[in-house]
Design a protein around this ligand. Structure first.
Ligand SMILES: Nc1ncnc2c1ncn2[C@@H]1O[C@H](COP(=O)(O)OP(=O)(O)OP(=O)(O)O)[C@@H](O)[C@H]1O
Ligand SMILES: [Mg+2]
Length: 231
């Protein structure tokens, strides 16, 4: 569904992505792990066209979208749940979802989203700023889903959430996967990644240095963790 190859991205003189390769199959979840500052967010921003790559391919269902403006990438079916959620604090829950809906959703209608997120349904007229961190995260996911994406990119959704809320988030991601949503999940939270991923990638200094099925990652994880993930 999404095939990224040889991606190179710069911030000014900084050569941040140095040939990123990754693949997500239709209906699967790929997790990208890695220490702080290795380029995980830049990878997602490059796929989304916010930090356009200088070189490389981003093939979505057969079409190379690398270098397209981000609004066009969004229209092509890539949805982005950014680090820090970025919901509108002064808009209500419903309004936050509505502004993201370019055309009327076919699959993920607002009614359906409220079934998926009953806590948001209860708070539909509350402002974004009145929500808890977990509710804000669910709203950020709902806002991405209302565009009926082919692929959803989630950047550290567990950040700042209590363990119980992270478990709820894992349930939501699993449920979406069961519904056929293809996802790229950037995470520092190993438990969340292990609970939902089909494949695991590890990034070091602008490249993917490891990829494996979840089963293999779990078998190898002691070795892999000390090599690539612990400080
Ligand atoms: N807007 C920017 N301008 C210049 N350099 C940047 C910018 N954003 C990120 N960088 C640099 O690019 C590198 C990769 O950053 P990135 O945010 O992609 O890392 P990350 O893996 O997401 O880290 P974290 O785990 O902290 O979120 C870092 O060295 C960072 O300092
Ligand atoms: Mg990041």
């Amino acid at each position: 569904m999404l095939n990224v190859s040889g991606l190179h991205t710069f911030y000014g003189p900084g050569h941040i992505l140095q040939g990123v390769d990754l693949e997500i199959k239709q209906g699967q979840v790929a997790a990208v792990l890695g220490r702080n500052g290795v380029g995980k967010t830049t990878t997602v921003r490059s796929i989304m066209g916010i930090a356009p790559p200088k070189e490389g391919r981003v093939v979505l269902g057969g079409t190379d979208i690398a270098g397209w403006p981000s609004h066009k990438i969004a229209r092509a079916g890539v949805a982005y749940v950014p680090e820090g959620r970025m919901i509108f604090p002064d808009l209500t829950v419903v309004e936050n979802i509505e502004v993201a809906q370019r055309v009327r959703a076919q699959k993920w209608t607002i009614e359906r989203l409220f079934e998926l997120f009953p806590a948001l349904a209860e708070r539909r007229t509350n402002k974004g700023s009145q929500l808890s961190g977990g509710e804000q995260q669910m709203l950020a996911v709902a806002r991405a889903l209302v565009t009926d994406p082919k692929v959803m990119l989630l950047d550290e959704p567990s950040q700042g959430l209590a363990p119980l809320v992270v478990r709820e988030l894992a349930n939501v991601i699993t449920r979406l996967r069961d519904e056929g949503v293809t996802m790229l999940l950037v995470e520092q939270n190993l438990k969340l990644a292990e609970a939902v991923a089909d494949t695991v990638y590890i990034m070091v200094k602008g490249r993917m240095v490891y990829d494996a099925s979840l089963e293999r990652f779990i078998e190898e994880q002691d070795k892999v963790k000390s090599k690539y993930l612990t400080l």
